[in-house]
Design a binder for this molecule. Structure first.
Ligand code: RTP
Ligand code: MG
Length: 233
């Protein structure tokens, strides 16, 4: 079952990315064709990741992804429903976090906290995608260096769902400045320098909407978590 599910996703990931990006932003579509998505999708069997690299199947354009096929009118939009238990946030492991082998730890923290993982993939962003992601910081002097670094290697893109996911996600990350980050937070445990602070998290519902729409144009998996009655009263 695991193999069948991941294979289906693999076959469809490329066409989804192409289609979805071309529907939203032309420059990203152009960029995505050059270097995007070594399509690494992880199946959430703990943190054991099934790495499916380099989508090359010629059947890519014909299959429908599970998340699309199963979507119903009752499903929330990709950016969730802020203020409810279906609030969603975009969490990313930045290139430094990937290089330092922290993907599993970061996923585990959110999982153990009780949040639901509804979207997960590895993407090597183009510079243009990094600029789009950090568009609100365009005028900052550190913007060129930030976007260059953010596009210097693969990142892990995640969509986490749950009550207060945006604010709680930021707390779990820690402060922007590692020196101000408390031990126990991701940045407080693993980072020293401002420009190598391991992870990203949406800072507002508007930010989450922008980021989740951008990074998950193909949609996410709207699955029901059967233990939610043991997470929420
Ligand atoms: P992020 O967006 O990556 O989650 O970080 P953040 O909200 O905590 O901080 P933000 O203000 O959005 O800045 C984005 C990233 O830019 C780097 N930065 N450098 N040199 C500087 O003054 C400076 N300020 C911020 C950090 O890596 C920060 O995470
Ligand atoms: Mg930010």
């Amino acid at each position: 079952m695991f193999t069948r599910t991941t294979l289906r996703t693999f076959r469809t990931s490329r066409s989804h990315v192409t289609r979805a990006f071309s529907a939203s932003a032309t420059p990203i579509a152009a960029a995505s064709n050059s270097r995007l998505i070594n399509a690494t999708l992880f199946a959430a069997a703990g943190v054991a990741a099934a790495v499916l690299a380099g989508a090359s199947s010629s059947s890519a354009s014909t299959t429908t992804a599970r998340c699309d096929a199963a979507a119903t009118a009752a499903d929330p939009p990709v950016y969730g429903r802020p203020g409810t238990n279906q609030e969603r946030t975009f969490i990313a492991v930045k290139p430094d976090g990937v290089q330092r082998g922290l993907i599993g730890d970061i996923i585990a923290r959110f999982e153990k906290r009780g949040y639901k993982l509804v979207g997960l993939k590895m993407v090597w962003p183009t510079l243009h995608m990094a600029e789009e992601h950090y568009a609100d910081l365009r005028k900052k002097p550190f913007y060129p260096g930030l976007t260059k670094f953010f596009s210097s290697g693969p990142i892990v893109c995640m969509c986490w769902e749950g009550k207060d996911a945006i604010k709680q996600g930021r707390q779990m990350l820690g402060e922007t400045q590692p020196l101000a980050s408390k031990p126990g937070s991701i940045r407080g445990d693993y980072s020293i320098d401002l420009g190598r602070n391991i992870c990203h998290g949406s800072d507002s519902p508007e930010g989450a909407e922008h980021e989740l729409t951008m990074w998950f144009p193909e949609g996410v998996s709207n699955w029901a978590k059967t233990v939610d009655s043991h997470v929420y009263e």
